[in-house]
Design a protein around this ligand. Structure first.
Ligand code: S3P
Length: 456
């Protein structure tokens, strides 16, 4: 099937880009239990930030355990298009990505910067390049193109950036020019918006300050410091001086807790499950997931923890507790919703199988992710026979239900494809995950890992 895409740029002559959909279907059989150990690939969020800052820095950064997902590789490809040199040495888990940065001066790219499926690439990159004296066009695929970009346009324009959207979304055109510092309060909790502003602030005149309404993942703060920038926090306010230069680093990316989430949830589904996760990112702004897993009946033992460039990396053991302490449904709302935003699809997918169910509130952002994740989770859960209520900002999913195998539509969304593969482990009958290839966006090894951990 051929689907039309948005034209590349508002100013370019109308043109239509086509892509071929080559959907794969993965059949998931129910499992008896889940057992074994796993090292998940490098964190997607941290990989993006290391790729971009290494691209801007002076010298060659060596990044081990870089995410194998397609999204952070879109960030690397954009860095190469902007003049950085990107090379890979070794392969498999031993691969090291070497990025030789442009020492503060990106070059004019020869073509539009292709952000693929990656909202992080598009939003953070806009802040990173806006001060460079070139013209940039940022484009994405059919899922990224309609996603909201006004959230980054507004603060960057306040800083003096010349940035034009296409009806509120991509393609984005930026005519780079000098930026001035601003004092900004983020209206929605978004680490991507925070990052765009801090990256622009790093290269602006003056001191940029940013206050978050709800504190989001702080990988940008750690990464900026790792590359040598000075960044201060007073209460809720972050400040960064413009004109700071970055120096290359050697770093190991911690394992992605959002990828681990699928198997943490799977471990909740079987009374005799036993899962060990090694080299896992346990940054406190991401690890609230572990509290949710415990509240849903998981028992988590932290085996080791160490720190690397401000990020915590550890090993944990997870299994299902004998009894679940809670009596009513577990409620995810407010700040907790922001902290586990990427894990909500899998938590929702297994919610009918938990003892007491799950209520998700304040999650309207889920409707503008790679898909409308609230609608798609509701539709796919109903296809598996679950009862639930869909609200504008979330879902109410009673526990103690049974699921049956079904035809699942991933909506080309990686987290939906993987979330329903986990629910399928405990369904009666086989489940077909259509569009399963979407997993490559964040976790290409997902189905291999699933097959080795799920005992049948
Ligand atoms: C991310 C931030 C979150 C998250 C996304 C990755 C990041 O998005 O959903 O997958 O790396 O900063 P928002 O900033 O839109 O909340």
């Amino acid at each position: 099937m051929l689907l039309p895409l948005h034209p590349y740029a508002a100013s370019s002559p109308p043109q239509t880009r086509y892509y071929k959909t080559c959907m794969s279907t993965e059949i998931i059989r129910p499992a008896r239990t889940l057992q074994g150990s796993l090292t998940v690939p490098g964190d997607k969020s941290i990989s993006h930030r290391y790729a971009m800052l290494a691209g801007l820095a002076d010298g060659t950064s060596r990044l081990s355990n870089f995410s194998t997902g397609a999204d952070p590789h879109s960030s690397l490809a954009c860095m190469a298009a902007l003049g950085a040199t990107v090379a890979t040495t070794g392969d498999g888990p031993a691969a090291v990505i070497e990025v030789t940065g442009v020492a503060g001066a990106f070059r004019q790219p020869a073509a539009p910067l292709d952000c693929g499926n990656s909202g992080s690439t598009m939003r953070m990159l806009a802040g990173l390049i806006a001060a460079h004296p070139h013209t940039f066009t940022l484009v994405g695929d059919h899922s990224l193109t309609p996603r909201p970009m006004e959230r980054i346009r507004k603060p960057l324009a306040q800083m003096g950036a010349q940035i034009a959207l296409t009806e509120g979304h991509a393609p984005i055109t930026i005519h780079g020019q000098p930026l001035q510092a601003i004092d900004f309060t983020t209206p929605i909790p978004s680490a991507q918006v925070k990052t765009a502003v801090l990256f622009a602030g790093l290269q602006a005149t003056g001191t940029t300050s940013l206050t978050e309404s709800i504190r989001t993942r702080d990988h940008t703060e750690h990464a900026l410091r790792a590359f040598g920038a000075i960044l201060t926090r007073k209460g809720d306010k972050l400040s960064i001086n413009g004109g700071q230069k970055l120096k290359a680093i050697d770093a190991t990316v911690p394992g992605d807790i959002s990828s681990a989430a699928f198997f943490l949830c799977a471990a909740l589904l079987f009374p005799d499950s036993n899962l060990v996760l090694d080299s896992l990112g346990m940054n406190p702004t991401r690890a609230a997931l572990l509290d949710v897993i415990a509240a849903l009946g998981g028992r988590i033992k932290v085996l080791t923890v160490e720190e690397h460039h401000g990020e915590l990396i550890g090993s944990i053991q997870v299994n299902r507790a004998g009894s679940n302490p809670s009596t009513g449904p577990f409620i995810i709302s407010g700040a907790l919703t922001a902290q586990v935003i990427d894990e909500l699809p899998v938590l929702a997918a297994i919610a009918p199988l938990t003892a007491n169910g799950l209520i998700i509130r304040d999650a309207q952002e889920l409707r503008v992710k790679e898909s409308d994740r609230i609608a798609l989770v509701a539709r796919n859960l109903r296809a598996m026979g679950a009862q639930l209520t869909e609200n504008p900002d979330g879902l109410e999913i009673p526990g103690n239900q049974t699921l049956h195998g079904a035809e699942i539509d991933s909506g080309s969304d990686h987290r939906i494809a993987m979330a329903f593969s986990i629910a399928a482990l405990r369904a009666t009958g086989d489940t077909a995950i259509h569009g399963s290839e979407a997993a490559r966006i964040s976790f290409p090894e997902f189905f291999t890992a699933l097959n080795s951990l799920a005992q049948r």
